[in-house]
Design a binder for this molecule. Structure first.
Ligand code: ADP
Ligand code: MG
Ligand code: ZN
Length: 474
């Protein structure tokens, strides 16, 4: 049957401000429980919240990057509910007058996803379930969040994941959130319904606690089958909030979907309305960095990089800055891309590290590229120097000099070594003459050993082949 999936997202991004949204407690991850809270973020009687200006600035940046209109006069509201991780029993959020609305986000395939609204709010605490019992950790209370609500414009899981991955990059480029899903700094509630193409939208189900792209994909797939089955058997899909069971790979009912009136929203009495000045927005706009989609297109147009190269190089803003520094050092864009992909990113993968952990400078890396490409040092030497540079930066040409790593392109010496090696490995020569060409690698290795790594394997190989042909002719 032609059931269509319809998905809308509510994304929460934790902002990486120094302090919380309404008090001066530090925003941090992984501290001891309940060491980062105060009477304000715990909502003790008599305390007053005070909006952190940086949160407002970050929200404006996000609005600009996501094409949202910015409301000139904004306010906060209280959303009331009881839960053990919420000591105040209400959350300060923006309900009536969210800062951003009517945004638009273009997926790489050109499809547009409308952003319904974008607002600021405070996070709740965390419940830590231990063997002895459950601990309420209030460190996260009052951590600033942006909530981004999309219209129900997604039609499959791939679109959702593409959107979230792009959003992650944008937040990181803007420097407003680290966007790490595994640490919970980016969380998505996935609303999903199914319907027949020519009928109106179906009843949506909200899925919570999806903490990886894989879980999101699997949960969407599961819900599609579950909901179509319900409808095909003539029943109705219930309006509920469902969770994801990672072990069983299925969703389960958490509760009936709460309605807006359940929250008894009312205007936050302790925070006055805020007027957002146009000039201030302009200032922020002018300081906005180049965004990933734009940068990617520029790399393809200007530097003739492939889709894949541009995509990988722009994934991390500091990697793309490194790429551009290499170009400024005189490396061609193609070569810079090739070396970053082949060496730097491979190294990061292998060591499970981030680019910012490396001490490698653009100057040293470009020296290394120059020397290798000009065949002044061999690839093995380059690899070794590269992994040293990742740990501690140094001057490459002087290192090569003091360690005598210059390639010997001295034909007389090369020939001497080759003839010596051939004379002591007659068995290998015989093997070669009877068609076992694999021994060539062995002989090259022996020559390289004799030259203590200063040989150029390609040159040696050529000389060897000439010698061996001579031998065969005998
Ligand atoms: P609530 O706060 O009750 O979750 P919101 O209006 O804030 O409601 O959120 C609605 C979310 O559900 C949005 O992301 C929207 O795109 C999505 N949504 C609305 N209708 C549907 C539907 N029929 N199918 C799937 N998603 C939907
Ligand atoms: Mg909601
Ligand atoms: Zn506090």
């Amino acid at each position: 049957m032609n059931w269509e999936t319809v998905i809308g997202l509510e994304v929460h991004a934790e902002l990486s401000t120094k302090s919380k949204i309404f008090c001066s407690c530090a925003v941090s991850f992984g501290d001891d429980s309940n060491t980062r809270c105060c009477p304000v973020c715990l909502g003790l009687p008599g305390t007053m919240p005070n909006l952190n200006q940086e949160v407002l600035r970050f929200a404006v940046k996000a609005c600009l990057a996501l094409g949202c209109q910015i409301r000139r006069r904004i306010a906060f509201d209280r959303k009331n509910y009881f839960y053990p991780d919420l000591p105040k029993s209400y959350q300060i959020t923006q309900h009536r007058y969210p800062i951003g609305f009517n945004g638009m986000f273009q997926l790489p395939n050109g499809k547009e996803i409308r952003i319904e609204e974008l607002h600021m709010e405070e996070d709740a605490g965390k419940l830590l379930h231990m063997q002895e019992g459950t601990i309420c950790d209030d460190n996260r209370c009052g951590v600033p969040l942006l909530e981004i609500v999309t219209c129900p414009d997604f039609r499959d899981a791939d679109e959702v994941v593409t959107f979230l991955a792009s959003l992650q990059r944008i937040l990181q480029y803007l420097g407003i959130s680290d966007g790490k899903m595994q640490e919970g700094s980016l969380r998505a509630d996935v609303n999903i319904s199914v319907h027949k193409l020519d009928e109106r939208l179906g009843q949506r189900v909200e899925m919570k606690n999806l903490s990886s792209f894989r879980a999101i994909k699997e949960a969407i797939q599961y819900e599609y089958f579950r909901q179509t089955e319900v409808l095909e058997s003539g029943k109705m899909v219930a309006a509920e909030t469902r969770g994801w069971n990672e072990d069983k790979k299925e969703t389960y009912s958490l509760r009936n979907k709460e309605k807006v009136q359940d929250y008894r929203y009312f205007p936050e009495p302790d925070i006055p309305e805020i007027i957002i000045e146009e000039n201030w927005v302009k200032e922020i706009q002018e300081c906005l960095p180049e965004l990933p989609a734009h940068k990617m297109k520029r790399y393809m147009d200007m530097y003739r990089l492939t889709d894949n190269e541009a995509n990988i190089l722009t994934a991390d803003r500091s990697v793309s800055a490194f790429f551009e520094e290499l170009i400024a050092c005189g490396i061609t864009p193609k070569l810079a891309a090739k070396w970053i992909l082949r060496e730097v990113l491979a190294y990061l993968n292998e060591h499970n590290a981030a680019y910012n952990d490396l001490s490698l400078s653009a100057k040293s890396f470009s020296d290394l590229i120059f020397l290798t490409e000009a065949k002044k040092i061999n690839r093995q030497t380059a690899k070794e120097i590269f992994s040293l540079l990742c740990k501690k930066d140094f001057d490459v040409p002087s290192y090569v000099k003091t360690h005598s790593l210059w390639l010997e392109n001295n034909d007389a010496e090369n020939s001497k070594v080759v003839s010596h090696i051939i004379s002591i490995h007659q068995k290998a020569v015989l093997d070669f003459c009877t068609g076992k060409e694999k021994v060539l690698g062995f002989l090259v290795g022996q020559c390289m050993k004799e030259l203590k790594g200063r040989g150029n394997p390609e040159v040696i190989k050529e000389i060897l082949i000439n010698y061996l042909k001579n031998e065969m002719g005998k």
